[in-house]
Ligand binder design. Sequence first.
Ligand SMILES: C[S@@+](CC[C@H](N)C(=O)[O-])C[C@H]1O[C@@H](n2cnc3c(N)ncnc32)[C@H](O)[C@@H]1O
Length: 404
Amino acid sequence: MLNTFQQANHAALPEADAAELSRQEFVKSLKHYVQQGILPGLGPIYRTRAAERFQKETGRAPADRHDIRKAMVPDAYFQHYASVNRISQELLWDSVIDSIDREGEGLIARAEQAAASNKGELRIGEGFEVPRYVSALDIHCMPGGYAGRPGQDDLRLGALYDRGVFLYAMGYTGPDNDDMGRSVCLYIKAKLEGFQPRRILDLGCTVGHSTLPYKELFPDAEVWGVDVGGPQVRYGHARAGAMGLDVNFAQMNAEKVDFPDGHFDLVVSHILLHETSGKAMPQIFRECHRLLAPGGYMIHADLPPFDLMDPFTQFILDNETYYNNEPFWGAMRELDQVKLAKDAGFPADSIRFDTAPMAVMMFAQAEAAGYSLDAADAVAVREFTAGEFAPGGGWEVLIAQKQA
Ligand SMILES: C[S@@+](CC[C@H](N)C(=O)[O-])C[C@H]1O[C@@H](n2cnc3c(N)ncnc32)[C@H](O)[C@@H]1O
């Protein structure tokens, strides 16, 4: 785990003063306490009293994660866990909003200056319609959600996400919040030998945390990050400029991307799919197929399917659905993604789930292959431990190749 002050600084990042920093450290530590101090008690509570109570009331043992939820929700210990967890999430965003409000126009001016040094394009959709599954609620309780009010495109929501998600992940995704993108990039380098994408598209990029490693590791490629959140891509463009990378950003819907057929060699996404819907996902897969050139790859890194874990773990992870405004979090893990890819046109024998080892595991290999991670990344990747996205010790990826 990294400390609050170990997020890599850049010109567009909100600057916290001492009081704000200590509030941020408090919320990050509170989250850590919830996970390390309270959460481990849920298992014993379930085994020693909640399952028994369920059995007495229904005449049978809990059969799946839904039954486990019914058994646990009335329990005072679970209620305590769920409420402190929710409060820590709300406090987290509040602690960052304090810095953004105090900095005001100063932060916007800094970000705009950084944006000017990004030679990549920025496209914001005029009258763009944000899908309801994003606009209807503030996903992970982030005030304003990803997209903000219709037409809102100031940089503050992006700044809020950039800092807030570092605290949410408790620094486990590294100083640039980019472990997922970096890990998938290293996976591509290691597993898809000789594959040199010339045009890369990252769907649901938010502020480009996972997008930028593609530019670092494929410097000659044209890299695009697209997202339905106007404030997010505007900030992402500025952040890339602040980090010295020329990367293109656009406000676009992954269901209907404004690029011609066969335009990209590689289409990726990182924790996008679970933020969409059962109706949107098949359309996104079809769109990936349309956008790819023959022989191109689609790779989605997202939450592992529930059938890879026991019902109690499913119940724990599914708490995000119920208490963190993530309505599709559980349902997405039950969809047959291999079938979706097949139905979208990918040849059956090209589709597979795999694990992209976290950058921590790839570190030695990356160095041997001549890619350098800077010192701060090295510290972060070494400390990175398997989180809920990666029960097998890596990021779960669905990979498919368009017919050559
Ligand atoms: C969890 S965030 C993704 C994080 C990001 N990929 C990363 O690795 O840092 C999910 C993002 O998906 C975006 N999103 C949801 N539905 C979308 C869609 N249909 N098209 C494009 N972006 C979408 C949201 O606006 C949000 O920014």
